[in-house]
Design a protein around this ligand. Sequence first.
Ligand code: AMP
Ligand code: MG
Length: 423
Amino acid sequence: MNAPARAPLMALDDALAALLACAPALTDTESVPTFDATARVLAQDLVSALQVPPADNSSMDGYAVRCADVTEKGAVLPVSQRIPAGHAGEPLKPGTCARIFTGAPMPAGADAVVMQEDTREVGGDIHAVHIDAVPQPGQWVRRAGEDVTRGAVVLARGQRLDEAALGLAASLGLAQLRVVRRPRVALFSTGDELVMPGEVPPEAMKPGAIYNSNRFFLRALLQRFGCEVSDLGIVPDKREATLAALKTAADHHDLILTSGGVSVGEEDHIKPSVQQLGGLDLWQIAMKPGKPFAYGHVRRDAGVEGQCHFIGLPGNPVSSYVTFLLLVRPFLLQLQGVGDAAALRLPPATPLRADFAVPRADKRREFLRVRRNTQGGLDLFPNQSSGVLTSTVWADGLVDNPAGATIAPGDTVRFIALSDLLA
Ligand code: AMP
Ligand code: MG
């Protein structure tokens, strides 16, 4: 008798689309201090109540002049006032100049700044300067509103706040920002072999024991993407323990994220437990590393509204890391209402030259750990095993290699920068 034909694995793009279709944005919002809003997502447009900069000001240390007074090199103008940053000057008297410093408002009547380097002090009693360059109107002047005009939507709802966006929000005078509430994520690792660093010193580790590495990077990644993490530690490879952990977590979280225990062995209790407590909507993806990826939901207690998302990542550290970046990251961004559609797709790949060979094609789409070299090509980390976490630290990107494709040195391949996946 022939073995039953196995259903083909789901393609990564289809899996991502299915996942995103299950992740409507959270509707709760909160107001947080701008200082603490890094990595949060704006829940409303930020409309500027002022113009930035508020007034025309000098972009140089020098002298504010009327261009009409300096039609040729060597003009001598008395210095009629001094305007440091933070102080407003008087209207500029015709035939004079104003000593001015970077950021100081232009005095009324002045239409250009001559930088200090193009001037010389005139000796003697009167305070005057030689102007050694002929200024053009507007020279070294930053115009009022050249950064932000009043009434402009400076940052739109759905904008994720990186450091630059925080600075821009602060430049509008906003001390508090309304953002989408953080997704609440329960994280647990499965595996009887796992030991926490600090619990047992390396020399006393029992045969078969390994340190729990996934817990560290998954927690850090969740925080990077704006989540509030409940770290539930290590859950043993037992059905009862798995069911109990899932049940407890479901009521108070938006997402349960697990690593390990989601393959096909008898010690893999995640899949049947999620099926028992809710349902599995997605399982196994045609990608390498990362095949044993699962998405589903866990019902909450009667009386608690809705259901909890469930994502089961593979146990192998590289698989866990890569599937987080390719699938969990966009899921979390969409949960938080990120409006940038590009952030919800795989980042665009750059064509680059492979300075390595992959002589054997894989049936699955593969994400190879690579690094850009100084010749403008890519080097391959020699060990592409999904257990070798060193490869992810060494690499600065992934080559997205289609199923069935070999690579010869000199071929153009698709490079995705890890920095794009971490942004
Ligand atoms: P599993 O998916 O549970 O079959 O695990 C696959 C492989 O990943 C096994 O070699 C596990 O020991 C390893 N593994 C699972 N969870 C972790 C973890 N949290 N940290 C490090 N390695 C892990
Ligand atoms: Mg396991």
